[in-house]
Design a protein. Sequence first.
Length: 244
Amino acid sequence: MPVTVDMISKYTGREVEDEYGRTLGVLVSFYSDVEGIVEAVEVKLADRSIEKVEADRVKIGDGKLLIVPEWKHKAVKVIEALDRAYKRRKAIESIEGGDLPSEVVASFKLRLAEEIKKLKRLAEEAKETIKRRIDEISDESLHVARAIASLKMLYFSGEVGEAHYTQSINHLRRLRDALTREREDAKRILDKLEKTLQAASTGVAGRGEEKKPQPAHAPAAPAAVPKPPVSTPGDAIVVHVEEG
């Protein structure tokens, strides 16, 4: 659903978060067309600069304006397109060999094959982006862990007061938890992307691929002819003679 001016205007001047609860900055402006559909927003980043974010990365949830991470936005778009391509591939295979001209079906198959080829390239790029982000999150998590360890050492040694310690540790814990949520989400999206890519890339058996009928009962094997006993040297032969 598109974001409209009426939906977003009340968030102007308020803090903007990402999907994992981290504050990105403050919404300072936005762009919209004459129909009132928001095209992009401007977010002030920690009194340093502003960043333009496209509207399809903006959503509203729990009374907050949320920004979808770019890596996730791109990956989800590819997943949706691949899933649609997979369903269309199955649909084409279901009508193939029917009453439609073969050249018509062939043209749909060719176009879909080209689209899947393009989507596979985009999917591989998205996978690499997600993997890089997971590595970055791991590095950031270690950074936060070192900061927490140092802060605790300073607190227990009496060099940092309790009030300042509590305020700082809460910030660090929120950041640590947000990184954990993003890493789990990234792994989930990566797994879904790989499975969707595999499904769209693997052909589904068509109607023409039918199994050969098997006989209901296999013919019985010919009965074995008994072989005469073979005597070996040294074996005695006993003959019984009856007297008349």
